[in-house]
Design a protein around this ligand. Structure first.
Ligand SMILES: [Zn+2]
Length: 79
């Protein structure tokens, strides 16, 4: 049975309507350069994908502007 999913931009709250293109997905991942180094955050961004959009950790972004905002926040975050 199909169900209607509603995605909202994690930055501005805009609702994704069918066919409205140029949405993006982003993730924060942690990486340790060496076992003794502190972890640091890796930001991953990719084009919208219906399967990946269900990932519990994915952030949904309504366009390049909000993708840019996520990157700005990530650059300002410590660690
Ligand atoms: Zn947005």
């Amino acid at each position: 049975m199909a169900w209607t999913e509603v995605f909202h931009c994690d930055v501005c709250g805009k609702e994704k309507s069918d066919g409205a293109g140029d949405w993006w997905l982003a993730w924060n991942e942690k990486i340790s350069p060496t076992p003794s180094d502190p972890e640091q955050i890796v930001l991953k961004i990719t084009r919208w994908n219906g399967f990946l959009s269900h990932d519990a950790d994915a952030k949904h972004l309504c366009g390049a502007r909000c993708a840019q905002t996520i990157m700005d926040r990530w650059m300002q975050a410590k660690g």
